[in-house]
Design a protein around this ligand. Structure first.
Ligand SMILES: Nc1ncnc2c1ncn2[C@@H]1O[C@H](COP(=O)(O)OP(=O)(O)OP(=O)(O)O)[C@@H](O)[C@H]1O
Ligand SMILES: [Mg+2]
Length: 498
């Protein structure tokens, strides 16, 4: 048994410390930040991190969380020495990428245990050492570490049983705190799914080279489920008519130059649609991030490759908050180590002068484009009209145009007559929806009821045609219009008009 002391302790400190509001995912992120920051380096490169987080729902509703990694571990000196990792403000000699304040671990343990009402164990298997150590919480003035058997180290681990070094933290989390992942989710499985969304968004840049694996078992299930958290990049819509724009922004403060990378564009709304589950897999469709209203869309704020926050809008454009025409605007702002974060890593330091300057520069020079989607659909429609005119040599009133039907109650995107054949086109710049198919049907019926002639064809132009849209089209094409002719709806890709 090795006894050691921590600094900065006072009677009521932890209880009040836990009153700061950070949700479960941010406490977990402090631990993931640490794992990624302590990757083993090999000839100047990092070995990929493997992070395993298991969630076991206990009978009392609490969650037993075990999170482990293949990092370099914490040396006995850093575990039990005068300068140990449990001290607030601890500074390692070599700071990893995301070791900033010397607070994260303590903050996370205080939050995850609801101010040490429950407890935790931290195990370290330091690199180049044959010994494994365990420290039991709570964090207090007098603590102790003990050497343990390898069998205790591998307990609760799956793939990481084989790891040569690392850290494992085991903690019981109360249900109420676990539920802070997403207020609208009520079951254990959906909370895990939403946690997958948070973590996939936060670490998307890291997840290309490193792995975060969730394993979970609910109290009513006999089996563990394993999910690899996928990278969830900022979902910009990019196709022939929509681009994202990338800029390097420079600011100067006190004689120093600071740079930020800024990407702006349009939200790819398909990440919210039910079909994305089939296309992109768990944990899609997204339910928390990138929801396409300016309260939630806006900018993604990334520091050192890690997303702190999504949906930043008010801080940069306070006077545009109520304007719904910015709903689909999406941006990503990446800054480096020279920008400091708040000590709970949920935001950039609001008092930072350089963040203020950067915000002002973006607000002044990079006004988000309004109604990006509408603009693009208009330009796509013009392209389509031009291409039809060229192919069919149409003139005068036969030239493709917009046409009102149902006494002006609906308007067809593109309508034209080629010889005696009437053609209708509905234009969408993103993925087609079932609703768009029925819109064509409404135009079709409008035409038949007005001029007593069935159109030859209705074309739905879109960027992508999910299976359910194709199914709706097949269904409609088996039906007849009021004149007894079959509906004839076809699809065409946006790319065909580039
Ligand atoms: N999983 C881990 N593997 C190896 N070392 C770790 C791990 N977790 C924590 N440490 C060590 O413990 C130290 C203290 O962690 P803590 O999160 O409290 O502070 P920090 O990461 O330095 O700063 P921040 O407040 O920005 O998180 C780290 O600097 C690191 O040296
Ligand atoms: Mg940390």
């Amino acid at each position: 048994m090795i006894k050691f002391k921590t600094k900065n302790h006072s009677e009521n400190f932890w209880a009040s410390y836990a009153k700061q509001v950070i949700d479960f995912q941010h406490a977990l992120a402090e631990l993931i930040d640490n794992s990624l920051s302590a990757r083993v380096s090999n000839l100047g490169n990092f070995n990929p991190a493997y992070i395993e987080a298991s969630f076991l729902e206990l009978d009392n509703g609490s969650i037993k969380l075990v999170i482990a990694d293949n990092s370099q571990g914490v040396s006995l000196e850093h575990l039990t020495g005068e300068d140990n990792i449990f001290n607030l403000g601890f500074r390692p000699e070599k700071q990893g990428e995301m070791n900033e304040h010397g607070f994260g671990l303590k903050n996370a343990m205080a939050m995850l245990t609801s101010g040490f009402q429950t407890n935790f164990q931290l195990y370290s298997n330091p690199i180049n050492s044959t010994d494994v150590f365990k420290v039991e919480g709570p964090i207090c003035e007098n603590m102790q570490a003990e050497k343990i058997d390898l069998s205790e180290w591998i307990e609760d681990l799956d793939v990481l049983r084989e790891a040569k070094s690392g850290v494992k933290i085991s903690v019981e989390v109360k249900k109420e705190y676990f539920s802070t992942i997403h207020a609208a989710s009520s079951t254990f499985e959906t909370l895990i799914k939403r946690l997958g969304e948070h973590v996939g968004v936060m670490y998307h840049e890291y997840l290309n080279d490193n792995k975060i694996i969730f394993r979970y078992k609910s109290k009513d299930s006999a089996k563990w489920v394993t999910k690899e958290v996928p990278p969830i990049p900022t979902p910009f819509l990019v196709n022939n008519s929509i681009r994202k724009e990338e800029n390097i922004i420079k600011i100067e403060f006190a004689g120093e130059e600071y740079t930020a990378k800024y990407i702006q564009g349009t939200l790819d709304k398909s990440v919210n649609e039910p079909s994305s589950e089939g296309i992109k897999g768990w944990p899609y469709p997204l339910r928390i991030h990138y929801r396409g209203s300016n309260a939630r869309c806006g900018l993604t704020l990334k520091v050192r490759g890690r997303v702190l926050k999504t949906g930043v809008f008010r801080e940069v454009w306070p006077d545009k908050v109520g304007d719904v025409s910015f709903n689909n605007f999406l941006g990503e702002l990446s800054v480096k180590k020279d920008f400091s974060t708040t000590n709970n890593k949920t935001d950039l330091d609001p008092h930072s002068e350089i963040w203020k300057l950067l915000r002002e520069k973006i607000a002044a020079e990079f006004l988000p484009e309004k109604n990006t989607k509408k603009h693009s659909e208009t330009s796509l429609r013009k392209k389509i009209i031009q291409s039809i005119v060229n192919t069919h040599q149409l003139k005068g009133k036969d030239k493709p145009h917009q046409k009102k039907v149902w006494d002006g109650g609906a308007e067809i995107d593109v309508y034209y007559k080629d010889k005696e054949d009437i053609h209708l086109i509905e234009v969408k710049i993103d993925a087609a929806k079932v609703l768009d198919v029925y819109q064509l049907l409404m135009y079709w019926d409008g035409v038949t009821s007005e001029i007593n002639v069935s159109p030859k064809r209705g074309t739905l132009v879109a960027n992508e045609f999910p299976v359910y849209v194709k199914k709706a089209i097949a269904h409609i094409n088996r039906l007849q219009d009021s004149l007894g002719n079959n509906y004839h709806i076809v699809t065409q890709e946006v790319n065909d008009f580039s």
